[in-house]
Ligand binder design. Structure first.
Ligand code: AMP
Ligand code: ZN
Length: 468
């Protein structure tokens, strides 16, 4: 009898435990599903996705061939027509696009629709004073807010959230991009833009912001300011979406700790759409690429050949739904690798690793793309300076510092402080107007910058942004 009772209880417990596990499983599934904005595309079977991509690629190639003199000429040069592109395996036949192409086509030469169809323009700094321009049709804007809605939903956000958008608003894609994505999921949006830290913290506490969007370096800066003010307990923040510049896992840890949030990486670039090309899910193991809109390839930046699956190389992106300014095989110069393994979140899309470096010398300083050659050409505009310079980039108090050391020509080097000060100010003002950020210029004596016998090393970047 005694044995019988024990057995009965055990079975009952076992049943309860099983029921509990089943309930837990369904609760978890429900939670995961609630973190997916567009299940039909984000979790589409691979074969079906391939079909979608094939079709959209064909449409895009037809579109640019007939509406973009630039791409038509490029394809004709290679002796190909849209008939040669049937599936995504034919992508390799298409020409690459590089930043210089966009610069050469400044401002609207790459647009593939009449200007009357373009409803928004954005721009990002390029290799010269001319920015890279992007034009969006109404459909492109809707695609953009769709991919950002996926991003924010994957971070657990919904209409119940209050989004503080602290990316810069304006020509930069960050502010408005995130703005419309957050509105799309029905969240309440605070379009505060970047900077004005006092106000950021005031609104964050008074309005009860639950999600923050800004660059990771600004998130760290805000985190520190929050600590200094002792208001961490008053924050309702739970999550942040940070991108537009490289950041490390160590930075993620710091941001998460300082703001008591989960910090997600988001990736994108003006030429392709802006933020929203790819986004992290709650597994935080790589960024899911919105493959129904952007086709990724990884190439060896020297041979330009595709690397073996999973190997590190340069990310190349082709837009397959954009109308205003589609780009074919755009060489991002960002180094990463693709991850094809299924993800615990349930999405089936391929993931890209956190950006691991650049295959060119572009620096991102305070969110602005800076090429050393841009600085060089500014310096060369001044007859008083010699072509010997060195750029120092570092991070102090979570803000990038940028110092430009340049030699003064022997005939112009003088003890007259006011004339040296005047020269320095003129160079700083010119850098500000061409590149768009403030640099601290230091005029140094002739022959004081180390000469190089090989490739000149003109940049010292101590931020170590690409380290794990
Ligand atoms: P922009 O078009 O001015 O927004 O600059 C785009 C570039 O910013 C990309 O090509 C990357 O080099 C960089 N970038 C954007 N998002 C990230 C990110 N999450 N991690 C690392 N670099 C990023
Ligand atoms: Zn995932």
């Amino acid at each position: 009898m005694g044995t019988f009772v024990v057995c009965k209880i055990t079975n009952k417990h076992r049943n309860e435990a099983t029921n509990f596990k089943i309930l837990l499983f369904f609760a978890l599934l429900k939670k995961l599903k609630s973190m997916i904005w567009n299940e039909s595309y984000e979790c589409m079977g691979r074969e079906e996705m391939r079909e979608v991509q094939n079709k959209r690629l064909r449409t895009t190639v037809e579109h640019v061939y007939h509406n973009s003199p630039f791409y038509r000429a490029k394809m004709q040069e290679l002796g190909i027509t849209p008939m040669d592109i049937e599936t995504i395996d034919d992508l390799v036949k298409l020409p690459f696009t590089i930043k210089t192409d966009l610069r050469d086509q400044y401002p609207f030469g790459l647009f593939s629709v009449p200007m009357s169809e373009i409803v928004r323009l954005h721009a990002s700094s390029g290799t010269t004073g001319k920015p890279i321009v992007a034009g969006y049709t109404r459909k492109d804007l809707s695609t953009w807010s769709e991919v950002l809605a996926r991003t924010f939903t994957s971070g657990g956000c919904s209409r119940n959230d209050i989004f503080q958008i602290a990316y810069g608003y304006g020509l930069f894609t960050g502010g408005l991009g995130a703005h419309y994505g957050a509105e799309n999921i029905g969240a309440s949006v605070i379009p505060i833009s970047a900077g004005n830290t006092e106000k950021q913290i005031q609104l964050m506490t008074d309005f009860g912001s639950t999600a923050l969007c800004c660059t990771p370096s600004y998130a760290l800066y805000l985190g520190e300011a929050v600590e200094d003010k002792g208001v961490k307990d008053k924050l309702k923040l739970k999550v942040g979406f940070f991108g537009a510049e490289p950041w490390t896992e160590a930075m993620r840890f710091e941001i998460e700790k300082k703001l008591n949030i989960k910090a997600y990486d988001i990736f994108g670039l003006t030429e392709v759409i802006g933020p929203g090309v790819s986004y992290e899910c709650n597994a935080q193991k790589g960024m899911h690429i919105n493959e129904d809109h952007f086709l990724p390839e990884i190439i060896n930046p020297v041979t330009l050949e595709p690397v073996a699956p999973g190997e590190v190389g340069e990310l190349v992106l082709t837009t397959i739904t954009k109308e205003g300014m589609p780009v074919i095989r755009y060489r991002t110069k960002d180094l990463t690798r693709l991850m094809y393994e299924p993800c615990s979140c349930g999405r089936t899309s391929v993931r890209m690793h956190k950006i691991m470096g650049r295959s060119d010398d572009m620096l991102i300083i305070r969110g602005v793309n800076v090429f050393p050659t841009q600085i060089e050409s500014v310096l060369m505009e001044f007859g008083e300076t010699a072509p010997h310079y060195h750029l120092y980039v570092d991070r102090e108090n979570n803000t990038d510092t940028f110092d430009v050391h340049v030699e003064v020509r022997p005939e112009n080097f003088t003890d007259d402080m006011s004339s040296m000060l005047n020269l320095r100010k003129r160079i700083e003002a010119r850098i500000q107007s061409v590149v768009g950020i403030h640099a601290h210029v230091k005029l140094v004596e002739p022959r004081s910058i180390e000469r190089s016998t090989g490739k000149a090393q003109r940049v010292t970047d101590k931020r170590n942004l690409y380290k794990e």
